[in-house]
Design a protein around this ligand. Structure first.
Ligand SMILES: NC(=O)c1ccc[n+]([C@@H]2O[C@H](COP(=O)([O-])OP(=O)(O)OC[C@H]3O[C@@H](n4cnc5c(N)ncnc54)[C@H](O)[C@@H]3O)[C@@H](O)[C@H]2O)c1
Length: 313
């Protein structure tokens, strides 16, 4: 029987933006494990280089490319460098994103522009440059995967972040409709709260609340996105396009008014939830407590949760 591993990415050339740490790093590791050559793309070149080293140490083929996804010339150059390294581009994960907290009635225009610039314009600039490359190749085809969020469909952060992610979902659908004619699939992934450096300042009491409100009972980790990203990058998803793959442990399904009860333990325990977060803080050279918590990574997030949860210092 012919090789029927629909999830095999051997010989595929992939890039992941914002891949130095967090979800992007997780996607890069997952794609490399499935056999792809992976470009670790980030504006933080030092950390991205370490992540590329780690992937090579695991037996994968990786290069590191510095790029700020808000700059069109850097994005075009980044895709050219990936093609220089691997000869082509088959899979692109547009993951780089930021959040800036703040109440909307006084949210500064500068912050609005920053969030939209990275999360929405940056994803568009990358998708455009990636599709241009895929159109130059023989055969013409490719897989583009954008990182959206549950914030695209529920309300949990603020207008800039949530609108940027809703924009990513609808942009994904539009590009999928346009580029299906070129055999380019465009999909997005919407995680919930993922323990990455973005959430290093989310207090442990908040993580417990997330567990209580999530049917699968544990806080999301970058590892929980390995399978979904391999699926969307591989032949297994060849007839899937324009889809928003919500990966949230059931979190956004829950509108019950009381904490959920459980009769069996979650698959992942609290200590296992923060393994990747601690790894990322290590490579960033940042300290943390036994839960991987550091209030100084995002002091505004720590403060917002302190106020909302009545946490004393
Ligand atoms: N962590 C979560 O709870 C969560 C939930 C849903 C969606 N997301 C989305 O997933 C993506 C990754 O989030 P994360 O939690 O891993 O974030 P993170 O802050 O932990 O890591 C983001 C990475 O992106 C890089 N980056 C930021 N701006 C960039 C730019 N302009 N150009 C290139 N690289 C840039 C950073 O250097 C960093 O390496 C984002 O789009 C985020 O909005 C995160």
């Amino acid at each position: 029987m012919a090789n029927s591993n629909l999830f095999d990415l051997t010989g595929k050339a992939a890039l992941v933006t914002g891949a130095a740490v967090g979800i992007g790093r997780g996607c890069a590791v997952a794609l490399a494990r499935a056999g792809a050559d992976v470009a670790v793309v980030d504006r933080d070149e030092t950390t991205a280089a370490r992540t590329a080293d780690e992937i090579r140490a695991l037996g994968g083929n990786a290069v590191c490319v510095r790029c700020d996804v808000t700059k069109q010339n850097e994005v075009q150059e980044m895709v050219a460098r990936v093609v220089q390294a691997f000869g082509r581009l088959d899979v692109a994960v547009n993951n780089a994103g930021i959040g800036i907290l703040g109440a909307d009635e006084e949210f500064p225009l500068e912050s609005w522009n920053k969030v939209i610039g990275v999360n929405l314009t940056g994803v568009f600039l990358c998708a455009q440059a990636e599709a241009q490359q895929m159109l130059r190749q023989t055969p013409v085809e490719g897989k583009i995967i954008n990182l959206a969020s549950m914030s695209a469909t529920i309300c949990n952060c603020n207008a800039a972040y949530n609108a940027s992610k809703a924009g990513v979902v609808q942009m994904t659908r539009m590009l999928a409709a346009e580029w299906g004619q070129y055999n380019i699939n465009v999909n997005c992934i919407s995680p919930s709260y993922v323990l990455t450096p973005m959430h290093a300042s989310t207090p442990t009491v908040v993580r417990q609340r997330i567990r209580e409100l999530t049917p699968l009972g544990h806080v999301e980790r970058p590892e929980d996105l390995y399978g979904p990203v391999i699926f969307l990058a591989s032949d297994a998803s060849n007839y899937v396009t324009g889809h928003d793959l919500v990966v949230d442990g059931g979190h956004t399904l829950n509108a019950w008014l009381t904490p959920l009860t459980r009769s069996v333990q979650p698959r992942v325990n609290p200590a296992e939830e923060s393994v990747q977060l601690k790894h990322d803080l290590d490579i960033l050279g940042l300290p943390y407590d036994s839960d991987g918590f550091n209030p100084d990574v995002h002091p505004e997030i720590a403060e917002a949760f302190r106020m909302a949860f009545g946490i004393e210092d």
